[in-house]
Write a protein that binds this ligand. Sequence first.
Ligand code: PLP
Length: 384
Amino acid sequence: MKQAARIYADHAASSPLVPAAAEAIAKAIAASQGNPSSQHLEGRIMRAVIDEARASLAEWFGCSFGEVIFTSSGTEAAQLAMVGTALGSVDQKRTRIIIPASEHHCVIHQAKLLARLGFEAVFAPVDRYARLDLAWLEANLDDTVLLVCLMHANNEFGTWQDVRAAAALAHHAGALLFSDCVQTLGVDDPNIGFWTPETLGADLVSVSAHKIGGPKGVGALYVKAGTKIEPVLLGGGQEREMRAGTESVAAIAGFGAAVRSLENAPVHGVAARAFESSLNQDLFTLTVPDRAIRHPEIVHARIPGVKAEAAVIRLDRAGLAIGSGAACSSGSLEPSHVMEAAGYTHAEAKEGLRFSFSRHQTAEEGAAAALTANEVLKGLGHAR
Ligand code: PLP
């Protein structure tokens, strides 16, 4: 029997390489002889590859070349943003870091690390859709807060945060704002449209290549000029002394190419919309029913009483790849900390299913994914 084509609906975990990135990587590998820090021709060729990618990201962000630091991942960019500002802090009084409990683990765990080093991690409550309450933020900001962390869109629910408003509040109190924008590079903000670190008002912005069709294992941190920050990874003087270690030149080249290709294929959400319209909503409960407040490519849902693992395995066997909870926790039976932060019970927090699409997928693919999900999982839930 002919097997139907697999559908990949886990783009929020990682998106396949776009052709331009694959080409740029191959070209950089073929040219790879020197160390980008060396002064000879072979080194300068490698340096030029990095500079081109940095220029692409700086152009996309509308920032200066020197405000972009390449890292090994979105995770490392978050670490540099958080631990780096803690190391760079000159005001002894500012020892508190505010983090919504629904942030990505790469932010939550840096905050816990900082707590071990004498800072205070203040976990902010979020609403049913994992959004920070700005009134709570305002009430908790004072001259003891060093940094507010607020992700741009949640990687599980897809919900947008009002980073611009939070940044204004943070700055009013003299604090810095770091936004994890790993899920939103190239995706229009519902309030701003095309966004840049400046229009978001963020001092620090982290991004990651593999969420936009670049390679895995490379990220970047935007650091607004003048921000007091110290390096975390020490050694050679790479990345203008902000991140030591010989650069992963080919991966950086792929990142630059993926950024440039964003322009040619804007995010439209057609696959996710078609998916949602075809999903059997007697079976699935949407976590964030209002499309206007979430990332256009992410649909989070659950089948009450059905563990996500069981659903993910069945769908995988049927040719549909989806995520349950955050990518880094997949394979584990841990409940989603995002769902728990949003008020779901421990049992419910093991039921989250994340369907996430890309700008290269069609409405047909989205609808086909929904039909598979409806069909394969219908026996598991209790129709309401
Ligand atoms: N932040 C968010 C919101 C993410 O979704 C992810 C990836 O899952 C990361 C950070 C980590 O990025 P990386 O995989 O490049 O370390």
